[in-house]
Ligand binder design. Structure first.
Ligand code: ADP
Ligand code: MG
Length: 829
């Protein structure tokens, strides 16, 4: 260790600073490197300066205790360390000084040795060479290098440099004190040159030169011997080292080979394990599949058996059917004969229907295409209380005669098709009107209207009340009734429209928006057929819907005016029913119209009584009623020109007045003697319409002619009845035959369907049988294949296991051999 010290007189102390050995001499300067100042403490009568005069390096501190730290261990708990570290103390008086340097390893307390090696230069002279504090004292232990002699010249500077050889230098404290001057003789030195290393060896002048030379030679010789020995040992070492290296390499190789073997064994093991699990999986799946196949095959076999049974049953049934075919053929011919008969009957029925229709129409026509009924209402309570008298006589009402007692005893007789007294009710009135309903359904246009003075019962007759319904409702009810009866042979499509004609303007009472101001007009769509474009046609399928439509119309009429009765008496309310018929037997289609009209009051107002709007209304009513009278009269007289277009009313009714169409006028009169004027006016109008003028007291008709007419009518009626009976019988016969034919037809169809069904079933079962056989074949082939795959797998596994065993044996043999070789080798070595 002392070889580190380059200055004679200096030495190492492996402990901390103590009072006893050093503090006798007062320091010139004592620096606590890397730390602060330390005041006198304990038995040390010394102040230590804080770190100063340094250049470079960093500060480090430790809280760990310093072992053998002496009297001031805190000096060693701080240090300055780092590269380019130096201390420069200026202003030192010229002279000799002794420097003590204090070290401790407080940074790398775990070593290793040699991690921090450094040189110390003072005044550029190396004073400590390759100092390794850790390798001398270890960590956290003080090391002192004391009494390093230093001379300070004129510049008054002591310069210390710490140079790292390995790592960076470290220093904990620097203590500088003045030294006593050495005698010149002791200071003087001589240099000797070493023959071996050419180093200059210092020798004191008082040593004997001769002795020195001798001892030097002796040392040199010794060195030579030592060198030779050293060389020998080096060679031996080298040889041993080489063989050791070779053995190590061999060992390494073997280890590697062993590792490789081990690894490949492991891989083989894994592969075998994998193969084993795969094999197990395959066999398990195979077992499962096998079970499934067995079950499926069993199932299929059962199904096959069942199907074979079914197949034979079906074949039997099919054979039975085939045997029945001649029977069927016979039935077919029989049915064909029946169908032909049926066709014949149908033609006859058509003819009969046409004839019946014609006859009915003839009967109606015989009654007159224009018929006039007269109805008189009872006296009202008011009239009775006012002392009004009945001015109408109904004693001959049954014969259609009506006598009006005019002034005094003057009587005027009127003749109508029917006369209803105040006792006759709604049912009686309708009983006669209902005949026309059949005509409507037969395809004829019909028009019924009520005419008369306001308050005589026009609305009562046409509309009636909810409890006592009038012609409108009853007619439509009858329409639906007959339509229902005829539904087997004819289908009817019925729609209803409700119009109002006021001041020569048409208003649609079924239009949804009450504010509709659209002007409705009459258009001729084809020869003699009138239509009002844009009019609402409410489709009705039953009488309930009809009632709703009638109500809607009635309500709409009320909405249009402030005073319903007033308005209704000054406008014509027209209910139009369109009937579209389709004969299912001969596909004949017809379209007919039924008009049910409640006319405006016919009373004539004195010209002085009315003005303005009321006058206009009255004029319009008069014009339209006159036009109606004219048209009907012209029709009755078979006039060449019929003035339909003189009013909206007649124009609307054009196709329902005249020609084949039937017209029924219901003239309403009051029984009161107060209304006699209007009553006579109405009756005259009605008579004109009827086309037969009656004399004032006597019947104007030729009774012989009438009798002839009556006989004709009775004959026609009888004929009609007998035709009706024949028709009914024919129809019944036809229905019987038709029913039988239908039954046979159905039977035949059923049998044919059954044969087809059986045939198709047979075909599908045969197909299924074939498919099942095919599936069975495929399944048994699949089973064989799977079995082959399994046996292949088993073989492979056996082979692999065998290989593995062989490899394991070879590997263990090889290993055993290697181990033996290595052991012998080592034993040798
Ligand atoms: P119009 O429509 O001709 O102006 P209405 O039908 O309004 O007359 O009849 C006026 C009044 O006379 C109503 O109260 C009605 O009930 C009554 N009336 C009319 N005809 C008959 C009758 N045959 N039997 C009983 N009351 C009747
Ligand atoms: Mg009325």
């Amino acid at each position: 260790m002392d070889s580190m010290l380059c200055v004679s007189g200096s030495r190492l102390i492996q402990s901390g600073l103590t009072n006893t050995n050093h503090f006798k001499e007062r320091p010139v300067i004592f620096v606590n490197a890397g730390g602060g100042p330390i005041k006198k403490e304990g038995n040390i009568n010394l102040d230590i300066d804080k770190d100063c005069c340094f250049e470079g390096g960093d500060v480090i501190r430790t809280d760990e205790s310093i072992i053998n730290g002496g009297d001031i261990p805190s000096v060693y708990q701080s240090a300055r360390f780092g590269t380019n570290l130096n201390y420069k103390f200026n202003g030192m008086p010229v002279g000799e000084y002794l420097v003590d340097l204090h070290f401790a390893e407080i940074v790398y307390t775990n070593g290793p040795k040699g991690m921090r090696v450094f040189d110390v230069f003072i005044q550029e002279e190396k004073v400590i060479s390759e100092l390794d504090v850790y390798s001398i004292v270890g960590a956290n232990k003080p090391l002192q290098v004391v009494d390093v002699r230093v001379s300070v010249g004129e510049d008054g500077v002591i310069f210390m440099r710490f140079d790292g050889v390995v790592g960076s230098p470290i220093v904990s404290g620097i203590y500088i004190k003045q030294a006593t001057e050495l005698p010149k003789s002791t200071v003087k030195k001589e240099l000797l040159l070493c023959n071996n290393c050419s180093a200059e060896v210092k020798a004191s002048s008082d040593q004997n030169r001769v002795t020195r030379t001798n001892s030097l030679a002796k040392y040199e010789k010794k060195i030579e011997e030592l060198k030779a020995q050293c060389q020998l040992k080096t060679d031996e070492c080298h040889e041993a080292w080489m063989s050791l290296t070779a053995a190590n390499e061999e060992l390494e190789k073997i280890r590697m080979e062993l590792d490789n073997r081990f690894f490949s064994n492991m891989q083989l093991d894994q592969a075998i394990q994998k193969q084993k699990t795969e094999l197990r999986d395959v066999s398990r799946r195979y077992e499962c599949d096998k079970k499934l196949w067995v079950a499926a095959i069993g199932d299929l076999k059962k199904k096959m058996k069942m199907m074979k049974i079914e197949h034979s049953q079906l074949s039997d049934a099919a054979h039975g059917c085939v045997n029945n075919i001649p029977e069927f053929n016979k039935m077919i011919t029989a049915v064909q004969v029946i169908v032909a008969q049926h066709e014949d009957l149908r033609l006859k029925l058509n003819e009969e229907q046409a004839k019946s229709k014609k006859l009915y129409n003839q009967a109606q026509e015989a009654k007159g295409n224009i018929r006039v009924f007269c109805r008189c209402r009872p006296l009202t309570k008011e009239e009775i209380s006012n002392g009004c008298q009945t001015a109408v006589d109904f004693s001959a009402a049954k014969d259609g005669d009506l006598t009006v007692i005019t002034s005094g005893s003057t009587k005027k007789i009127f003749k109508f098709d029917r006369v209803y007294s105040p006792k006759d009710d709604q049912v009686d009135v309708f009983a006669d009107a209902s005949a026309l309903v059949t005509s409507v359904l037969d395809g004829y246009n019909v028009c019924m209207f009520a005419y008369g003075q306001t308050g005589t019962g026009k609305t009562f007759t046409m509309e009636g009340t909810e409890q006592n319904r009038g012609v409108n409702y009853r007619t439509l009810h009858q329409l639906f009734k007959i339509a229902e009866e005829r539904k087997e042979t004819v289908t009817y499509d019925i729609s209803v429209s409700v119009l109002e004609v006021y001041n020569e303007q048409i208003r649609d009472l079924l239009a949804t928006s009450t504010t509709t101001t659209k002007r409705l007009d009459i258009k001729q769509v084809s020869d003699g057929v009138q239509h009002v474009p844009g009019i609402v046609e409410a489709k009705v399928e039953n009488i309930k819907q009809v009632w709703d439509v009638l109500q809607a119309g009635s309500n709409a009429r009320a909405v249009g005016s402030n005073n319903v009765n007033e308005r209704s008496s000054r406008s014509h309310c027209m209910l139009r029913t369109m009937v579209r018929a389709k004969n299912l037997v001969n596909d004949e289609c017809t379209m007919s119209k039924l008009w049910l009209v409640d006319l405006a009051g016919s009373e004539r107002l004195a010209k002085t009584e009315v003005q303005g709007e009321r006058l206009k209304e009255a004029q319009n009513i008069n014009r339209s009623l006159s036009a109606l009278g004219d048209v009907i009269s012209c029709l009755a007289n078979k006039s060449s020109h019929i003035p339909y277009r003189n009013s909206k009313l007649t124009h609307l009714l054009q196709d329902s007045l005249g020609g084949d169409s039937k017209t029924l006028m219901l003239v309403q009169i009051s029984p009161s003697d107060h209304d006699i004027g209007e009553t006579l006016s109405s009756l005259n109008f009605a008579t004109r319409v009827r086309g037969v003028e009656l004399g004032p007291a006597k019947k104007q008709i030729d009774m012989g002619e009438l009798q002839k007419f009556k006989t004709m009518l009775d004959k026609a009626k009888q004929e009609l009845r007998s035709k009706d009976d024949a028709m009914r019988k024919l129809e019944e016969g036809f229905q019987n035959v038709d029913g039988k034919a239908k039954v046979k037809d159905q039977l035949f169809k059923n049998q044919q369907e059954r044969v087809h069904e059986l045939e198709s079933q047979l075909a599908s079962k045969t197909d299924l049988c074939r498919q099942l056989e095919k599936q069975l074949l495929q399944l048994s082939e699949g089973k064989k294949e799977k079995e082959e795959i399994c046996s292949n797998f088993q073989q492979k596994v056996n082979e692999l296991e065998k290989k593995l065993k062989e490899q394991e044996e070879a590997a263990s043999m090889n290993l055993h051999f290697k181990v033996l070789t290595i052991c012998t080798y080592y034993r040798k070595f």
